[in-house]
Design a protein around this ligand. Structure first.
Ligand SMILES: NC(=O)c1ccc[n+]([C@@H]2O[C@H](COP(=O)([O-])OP(=O)(O)OC[C@H]3O[C@@H](n4cnc5c(N)ncnc54)[C@H](OP(=O)(O)O)[C@@H]3O)[C@@H](O)[C@H]2O)c1
Length: 306
């Protein structure tokens, strides 16, 4: 039996499903803090940047192109700096971390938010299934490449999802990271979100003995552009009926902002947070040996990339 991560249910934080990102950060001053957020151009990332910036943080927002990141950062109520970072393109990821290093930023938090979901057919980057590569490998490269720029009490927040529980039964199917031995849009999305969760828990283990912390977040099911790959009818359904049963982005960004900035989150470090509380994730997500193996395999993948 693989060693498991401990899970401790959290005490109530006073925040819940209906809390907004502005509510969970009310009264916090983030002035003097610098936070890097991937995927600042849309949905939850855009709202996360807006609220962190509203509270005084200098937001470093990344987009697949510099123009899209600049457009998003120009809308922020406070200080924002735009960076290009296409997570499916290793050159772009390396250039982004080099730029951030060159600009001399010390990061108080890194939010790995960008993501793609449920691509209808198999797509790949560098021989790996594209959701695994974009959501996990790209973030792994960016974040591990910037750990020496993370403050001594810095935080890393990874956007996972409830969908992590739809990963293959073995958790991460190391024999099928290309997707060529079987592809299912939701299973592969689930695997990538399990990878985000395992990355956060392994990072927390590697932070042991320091004041740095890592968190995985399920934001709730929120009305964003995430269904863009699922076809016109799915998007239309979200547009028409989404307001009836989905969170809006102000609520969807709440747990991310809580994890990135709220003092109460510190006692929940290493956990999977939903509605600003620690929640028990799937059995695979608690498998510390799986998290370590994923880290080592991803290091090898990154090492072999052009
Ligand atoms: N919305 C939900 O219900 C929900 C539920 C659970 C988890 N999540 C997670 O929340 C995160 C944010 O999703 P969202 O709902 O806000 O979706 P969204 O509106 O589609 O935003 C996704 C963001 O990721 C960026 N992105 C996509 N591919 C990229 C790439 N190759 N390199 C860099 N950036 C890339 C997008 O940039 P472009 O605009 O340039 O494409 C966009 O900024 C995702 O990780 C998602 O898995 C969302």
């Amino acid at each position: 039996m693989a060693p498991a991560n401990p899970f401790t249910p959290s005490r109530p934080t006073g925040f819940g499903r209906n809390s907004t990102a502005e509510e969970v950060s009310a009264g916090l001053s983030l002035s003097g803090k610098t936070v890097l957020v991937t995927g600042c151009t849309s949905g939850l990332g855009r709202e996360t940047c807006r609220v962190l910036s509203l509270r005084g943080a200098h937001v470093l927002g990344t987009g697949r192109t510099l123009a899209s990141a600049e457009e998003a950062c120009a809308m922020l109520p406070g200080r924002g700096s735009a960076y290009a970072c296409d997570l499916a393109d290793p050159d772009s990821v390396r250039a982004c971390s080099a730029r951030i290093r060159h600009d001399g930023h010390l990061l108080d938090a890194i939010v790995g938010n960008a993501g793609i979901m449920a691509l209808p057919t198999l797509q790949q980057a560098h021989g790996y299934e594209l959701q695994f590569f974009t959501n996990h490998v790209g973030h792994f490269m960016l974040i591990t490449g910037l750990l020496d720029r993370l403050a001594a009490d810095g935080r890393v927040v990874m956007l996972s999802s409830l969908a992590h529980a739809q990963a293959p039964r073995c958790g991460i199917d190391f024999d099928n990271l290309s997707g060529e031995r079987g592809y299912n849009p939701w299973r592969q999305y689930g695997q990538s979100k399990l990878a985000n969760l395992l990355f956060a828990s392994e990072l927390q283990r590697r932070f042991a003995g320091s004041q740095r912390t890592a968190y995985a977040v399920h934001p709730g099911v929120a009305r964003t552009n995430l269904a863009r790959h699922m076809g016109r009818s799915a998007q239309r359904f979200v547009e028409l009926f989404g307001s009836l049963f989905l969170k809006d982005v102000s609520r969807g960004a709440a747990t991310t902002v809580f994890a990135a900035a709220h003092p109460q989150a510190l006692s929940l470090a290493g956990h999977y947070l939903v509605d600003c509380k620690a929640v028990r994730p799937s059995r695979q997500a608690l498998d510390a040996a799986l998290a370590r193996r994923l880290w080592e395999v991803t290091e090898e993948i990154v090492h072999r990339l052009p």
